[in-house]
Ligand binder design. Sequence first.
Ligand code: NAP
Length: 253
Amino acid sequence: MSGRAVLVTGGSRGIGRAVARAFAAGGDRVAIHHRDSAGLAERLRAELPGEGHAVVRADLADADAVRAMVDEAAQRLGGLDVLVNNAGVFGPADPPHPVFESSYEQWRARWREVLDTNLVGAANAAWCAAQHMRERGGRIVNVSSRGAFRGEPANPAYGASKAGMNAMAQSLAVALAPYGIAVACVAPGFVETDMTNEHLKSERGEAVRAQSPFHRVARPEEIAAAVHWLASPEAEWAAGTIIDLNGASYLRS
Ligand code: NAP
């Protein structure tokens, strides 16, 4: 079998779809993970260049389902070389939860859902993937967010989940380096996807584009290119890094 075996969570649309395309274009075999987008995932698998791609399903908030999904991906791809922890929740369909507009019940439910999906789900996928990488090394790339650094006043659980993802990647970068497994993150600002489309089309869209001196938001392909590089053999020395991809809209020291 040619190329590497790559699992992309949330691979059916948005950034994940662009990531899946980037790996397939480079000659890799891709397992496209989804939760609800079976049709989109199947369509993508059919149109990806190369052979040996697969579609796998799991709710990332379900630890047993994550383990079964990662094992199935490894079985269908013939191993696992790369995990891209991309799936996540935030978007317009997800109600924001500012402190004084949430009941205590809403607040707790929101934190549980977001952390279970974005952080614990990603951590569980990393544990499961590492079992397959232990003997032959690999790469784990987390799709974090600018919000981890800038803050997310209306969606604090989202910001915290991404800050946790960064810390998780840095800890695992140290723990897994002796096994030849390099772990790193990308931290995008606004990207044109389903997660942000409504926002970008609204009257706030112009202000969002103006956050960057380039006066635009990112294309999913721009995020995918960095993920693809971080997963390359050349990027081992980038283990533990967090690459900002926000068009200079937020400069952290
Ligand atoms: P998107 O278009 O909304 O897609 C989200 C993906 O996550 C979908 O594939 C979805 O699967 C999957 N997903 C959501 N909840 C899930 C769950 N409980 N279990 C399994 N899969 C789940 O999002 P995107 O904009 O491409 O974002 C991808 C990643 O980039 C996310 O982690 C997001 O936080 C991060 N990010 C995005 C932006 C942005 O501006 N778009 C900025 C910074 C960071 P289904 O399609 O099957 O439901």
